[in-house]
Design a protein around this ligand. Structure first.
Ligand code: UDP
Ligand code: MG
Length: 313
């Protein structure tokens, strides 16, 4: 029998927190009095995370563990968890207790009301620097303006999703995975549950600036082709500039104003630059198209069918 809930916990060098998160998660899940599994994904940890997880797993049949052969990164670890999870509802939560497990029953209640995606919305970010708050805020604004308004703000990966939504994600084979974007893209009935982002229970962040930047870039590149419009706009701008300057110099010459050869040369250079940018811009429209195709995303996403032999509900 498949469990009702699957909780997916990605872990990378979390020996300092793993016992505590297991305890708190088990307590919350037991209180909910329905079947559940805890799917720990050990993302190639180099510390004692593996031993600790194996010890936990050997005495609790609700625990399942996936050990990666190498570090794949947070988004990949969660994706693996989604693949291995068998529950009707999947919960994604960090191992470090920054996402409080006590919110899960609230999420589950929303799910039972009929929501397919219940995402955790951060009311506040405790213990996070001004820099991180500021960059996060600016980033989400940029992302929303580039990718359209599908992305909820102040939202991480902490969420509960119905298995139908999980199936959509399982059918999105793209390698650069920006999961919160993929969930937003999938659609379905979504709603937030507010929570206070806690401080890390122990250990330290595995998201240094470099990884943050990579994740941020993945978000933009995976969900917007607008940056590829830049050469097109620049090319048109340069061609117009060169054209206007050329006409101005012609008129000046006709009226007998002396223009140095340098001006003509400058206009020629801007004109050629504009031509090059324009052709790059045209190429990048095709690149955008190729990129769209090679993501192999599903063409459409069905939420429910009725009246067929094999209904989804
Ligand atoms: N994590 C992972 N692989 C990595 C980095 C992080 O599985 O390469 C896990 C980590 O164990 C934690 C979650 O992803 O459960 C979030 O990471 P972290 O708390 O370090 O990031 P932060 O909360 O500081 O953004
Ligand atoms: Mg954390």
């Amino acid at each position: 029998m498949n469990p009702v809930y699957s909780v997916i916990i990605p872990c990378y060098n979390e020996e300092a927190v793993i016992d505590e998160s297991y305890k708190r998660l088990s307590r919350v899940m037991k209180d909910m009095a329905e079947s559940y599994e805890l799917v720990f994904v050990n993302d190639g940890s180099k510390d004692k995370t593996e031993e600790k997880l194996n010890a936990i797993q050997s005495q609790d049949k609700n625990v399942k563990v996936v050990h990666f052969a190498r570090n794949g990164g947070h988004q990949i670890a969660v994706s693996a968890g989604i693949d291995y999870a068998t529950g009707d509802a999947l919960v994604i939560i960090d191992a470090d207790l920054q996402d409080p497990p006590e919110i899960i029953p609230e999420m589950a209640a929303k799910w039972k009301e009929g929501y397919d995606v219940v995402y955790g919305k951060r009311k506040s970010r405790k213990g996070e620097s001004f820099f991180k708050k500021f960059t996060a805020k600016t980033y989400y604004k940029v992302l929303q303006s580039l990718a359209g308004d599908i992305f909820p703000r102040d939202t991480g990966d902490f969420r509960l999703v119905d298995k139908r939504v999980a199936d959509v994600i399982r059918n999105m084979p793209e390698h650069a995975r920006y999961l919160r974007g993929m969930f937003a893209w999938a659609g379905f009935k979504q709603c937030p549950v507010e929570f206070e982002r806690q401080e890390r229970f122990a250990g330290e962040t595995h998201y240094p600036l470099k990884k943050m930047i990579k994740l941020a870039m993945d978000g933009i590149i995976s969900f917007s082709d607008k940056p590829l419009m830049l050469p097109l706009f620049l090319g048109i701008f340069f061609l117009l500039t060169a054209g206007i300057a050329f006409i101005a110099s012609l008129i000046a010459m006709l009226f007998g104003v002396y223009t140095t050869p340098f001006v003509w040369l400058a206009e020629l250079i801007i004109f050629i630059g504009g031509l090059i940018l324009l052709s790059m811009g045209i190429q990048s429209r095709y690149m955008a198209r190729i990129y769209e195709e090679v993501k192999f995303r599903p063409l459409y996403v069905v939420r429910e069918t009725r009246g067929f032999e094999e209904d989804t509900k």
